[in-house]
Ligand binder design. Sequence first.
Ligand SMILES: [Zn+2]
Ligand SMILES: [Zn+2]
Length: 274
Amino acid sequence: MAFADFHTHTIFSDGFGTVEEMVESARAKGMLALGISDHSMTPFDLRYCMRPETNIEAYEPMVREAQKRTRELHNFPVFLGIEWDFGSDIDRERYDYTIGSVHYIIRKNGEIFPVDSQPEKVFGGIEHVFGGNRLDFAKAYFEHVVEHAEKNKPTFMGHFDLLTKHGTVDEDDEAYLAVAREALAETIKHVPLIEVNMGAVIRGLRSVPYPNPKFLPLIHELGGRIILSSDAHAPDKIAFQFPEMLKLLQGAGFTHVSRLTEKGIVEDEINILL
Ligand SMILES: [Zn+2]
Ligand SMILES: [Zn+2]
């Protein structure tokens, strides 16, 4: 399987495998490369992220060691990444790449509520903060996505329309689609690389990836590029359904997908990967 996957989690944040188990799984699948991207520290919610005292400091040397070892022993490239949450401070120089994600709505009054949590918490937040107005919720979410892209310029953007998890918005609603399309166009101006993310499909919450495939032709038209991500939290989920995703991308007009290498981002021809 000549794929590469740069959005994966380990026990350093909310994943279930060690760095070594993830690397071994990627090698066993015959992949071209693996990136580890545990969650940056969100001081307002320590449940899913790397904690400073225990994990952040140990994460970097552990992945660097795996990187060195696998390069020497197997000539297999491992990358040290981080899933950089909006509202979280990181020292980006420490990482080979960053994924820009929004998991929380952060209000100007300091109020914070999760976008990516149990349904009752997400719906409770929409009710409490936006008086139940889901379009306002979508606007607030996408404002964060655009701001994250513009200010921080991560290597690629994570799960562009994560807010749709649990069916919070009607993804056929024209008013919603207009808000999302505008945000997508703004995002691509700052960060042209967008991931196709299988996280919710792996969890059985959605049948389609993030972003909703209906946005793929627009990404293509706007000159955006795609990187495939499993968002795997366990070793066996690395590169989850990548062949199906490549066919989906071809259907939207893409001929290539992007891959991080030690010399920068390269474009792989989908026809050759399949
Ligand atoms: Zn995420
Ligand atoms: Zn993730």
